[in-house]
Design a protein around this ligand. Structure first.
Ligand code: ATP
Ligand code: MG
Length: 238
């Protein structure tokens, strides 16, 4: 059974329906890449999984349980981590304080704060730069540093599934490589990832399977190994 199963999802902002009968599965390991042009509904889908938007029809099941009616923090506590588009770190809090907020999302059995040392070491292993920035305010970090902070923060909550919304957006190539490396290691650690990404080569290096959205619906999905780049690019540019 897949870790995350979305079935027949319709989502609307007021009168305007944005997602139409979306079904998608994320296995319990590996990376699924969700692609599609601007405005097709990718962020809307991630927010719906997180419980940040009301669902008009359909079901979302995580670890065998229906998420319907659960608040975002309850979904986080069950093991869904969310790195939003644009990062959304706290600009007036230091890097250390931003990271500490990640601990609040940990499953209760882990104990907030207790046993965190090893988790901090792991995220500093992924993003060594953050260790040098601990006392700096989040708002003065570069875009790439903020992205690393956002990913590190959510990892401290020990997710089973990570939702990432365009982690390469507005980021320099050298930092993109670090983020790619981090996602690769997150994947090796057995955390499933649903990655929204428009940077095709980056996505293809990481993803085992893909889904392509168009006008709020999934129009193609399968294994990345079975699909050629030029076919994907057609979907993304036409
Ligand atoms: N709060 C909102 N109220 C009304 N409409 C919205 C709202 N947020 C998004 N939309 C609309 O829903 C559609 C899907 O938006 P969404 O942000 O999910 O797209 P996206 O695929 O993530 O795009 P991008 O690649 O630019 O991030 C767009 O037409 C957008 O204008
Ligand atoms: Mg988006």
């Amino acid at each position: 059974m897949p870790m995350l199963e979305i079935h027949g999802l319709d989502v609307a902002y007021g009168e305007s329906q944005v997602l139409w009968d979306v079904s998608l599965q994320v296995p319990d390991s590996g990376v699924v890449c969700l692609m599609g042009r601007n405005g097709v509904g990718k962020t809307t889908l991630l927010k719906s999984i997180m419980g940040l938007l009301p669902v008009r029809a359909g079901h979302i099941t995580f670890d065998g349980a229906d998420l319907g009616g659960l608040r975002p923090e309850e979904r986080a506590a069950r093991g869904i981590g969310y790195v939003p588009q644009g990062r959304e770190i706290f600009p007036n809090l230091s890097v250390a304080e931003n990271l500490r907020i990640g601990l609040l999302g940990r499953p209760r059995f882990a104990g907030n704060g207790r046993g965190a040392q090893g988790d901090y070491e792991e995220v500093f292993g992924l993003f060594p730069r953050l260790k040098q920035l601990l006392s700096r305010k989040g708002g003065v970090l570069s875009g790439g540093e903020q992205q690393q902070l956002a990913v590190a923060r959510v990892l401290l909550a020990r997710p089973k599934l990570l939702l990432m919304d365009e982690p390469t957006e507005g980021i320099q190539p050298n930092v993109i490589l670090q983020i790619e490396d981090a996602i690769g290691r997150i994947k090796e650690r057995g955390i499933a990832v649903l990655l929204v990404e428009q940077y095709l080569e980056f996505a293809w290096r990481l993803a085992n399977s893909y889904a392509i959205m168009r006008k709020g619906a999934i129009v193609s999905s399968g294994l990345t190994a079975d699909l050629r780049h030029d076919v994907v690019r057609q979907h993304l540019t036409v």
